[in-house]
Design a protein around this ligand. Structure first.
Ligand SMILES: Nc1ncnc2c1ncn2[C@@H]1O[C@H](COP(=O)(O)OP(=O)(O)OP(=O)(O)O)[C@@H](O)[C@H]1O
Length: 319
């Protein structure tokens, strides 16, 4: 078996792109068996990922130690999503850095099953930007009136708090966003308000310097309240919310309860950063809507898993 001409040319183009740009790896998405020896000859010296739904197709590749095989779930999703899933898999397995540049070979134009060419497209993906776009898509599921740039700044802040902690110690906190009037009615100050006396510009969390200051404030006990315009309003807040009707997985403690409760009793969204795991959970209407792991920037998003209450589901509980 040899490679069809167009496929050969595209693989050669991918190799030249890796060398010329330079890029970090080639990702080959295929559901057609190829002449793998030939692929290996062309891509010698390139880090290669092969992603496919059909495990029989990738089985012979597992013996090649320098290649990485990614098993995709059988799912009738668009090529672009399959490609994103393959890249996420490579990042979460620590095989690619989140800022990497990847040349992708795939069949982007739907052709008949017996089409002579298994590959018709080549793209260059800069993972930093690509994952950034995924973040926006995920935030849209919140369907909130909080503007996207504010949400993204809160995501940035909460994941950085979860990842970095403070002075070598892990810290946890709750960032409550929006519906400030009702949130304040359901809270009490545990200490003086550290934002008092500062101008709006000095409290605007879309500004990185302000976020750095807020990380210091996050060390203090209690929740931080941010307006839907991105202006931090209050900190050291005890959220005085009833926990009845909140159905959280076993292992979550009072901080997560408070975040769930405030999101149930107001229109606010609550980002709970766990001190024990560093991960952030986004609560809306009393439910976990997103779960963000504090991996290296940019953030890697996990689909929300159903978190069970039974003891056997320990890994689904509080990690
Ligand atoms: N109602 C509340 N409002 C604001 N902060 C709260 C509230 N209840 C608890 N907290 C914060 O949560 C801390 C206790 O967290 P606890 O370990 O019980 O929760 P958790 O949900 O398991 O979170 P973590 O994963 O961070 O440990 C308290 O020290 C306090 O800072």
């Amino acid at each position: 078996m040899s490679l069809p001409l167009q496929t050969t040319q595209l693989i050669q183009a991918a190799r030249d792109l890796v060398k010329g740009l330079p890029a970090d790896a080639v990702l080959l998405l295929t559901e057609t068996s190829l002449d793998w020896d030939e692929v290996g000859r062309i891509l010698v010296g390139c880090k290669l990922f092969v992603a496919a739904e059909n495990p029989a197709l990738t089985k012979p590749l597992r013996d090649r130690p320098e290649w990485h095989v990614i098993d995709l779930e059988v799912d009738p999703i668009p090529t672009q999503e399959r490609l994103s899933n393959a890249l996420l898999h490579a990042i979460t397995s620590n095989l690619l850095q989140p800022g990497a540049h990847v040349v992708v070979l795939y069949n982007g134009i739907a052709t008949q099953e017996d089409a002579p060419e298994p590959i018709d497209s080549v793209s260059v993906i800069h993972l930093g930007e690509h994952l950034g776009r995924m973040t926006s898509q995920d935030l849209r599921v919140l369907g909130t009136s909080v503007p996207m740039d504010v949400l993204r700044s809160v995501v940035e802040l909460s994941t950085e708090i979860g990842r970095e902690g403070r002075e070598g110690q892990p810290i946890g906190t709750v960032l409550v966003v929006g519906d400030t009037r009702r949130v304040l009615k359901m809270s009490r100050f545990q200490n003086f308000n550290p934002f008092r006396g500062y101008t709006k510009a000095e409290r605007d969390i879309r500004n990185r310097d302000v976020r750095e200051q807020i990380k210091e404030i996050a060390k203090l006990d209690g929740a931080i309240l941010i307006g839907r315009d991105g202006i931090a309003e209050a900190a050291c807040l005890y959220l005085d919310v009833p926990s009845d009707g909140i159905d959280l997985a076993k292992g979550f403690g009072s901080r997560h309860m408070a975040a769930a409760g405030i999101s149930q009793h107001t229109k606010a969204i609550a980002f709970c950063v766990s001190q024990s795991s560093g991960s952030s959970r986004v609560f809306q209407d009393g439910l976990v809507k997103l779960h963000i792991e504090p991996l290296a920037r940019p953030h890697v998003w996990q689909p929300v898993r159903l978190e069970t209450h039974d003891a056997d589901g320990a890994e689904e509980g509080h990690d």
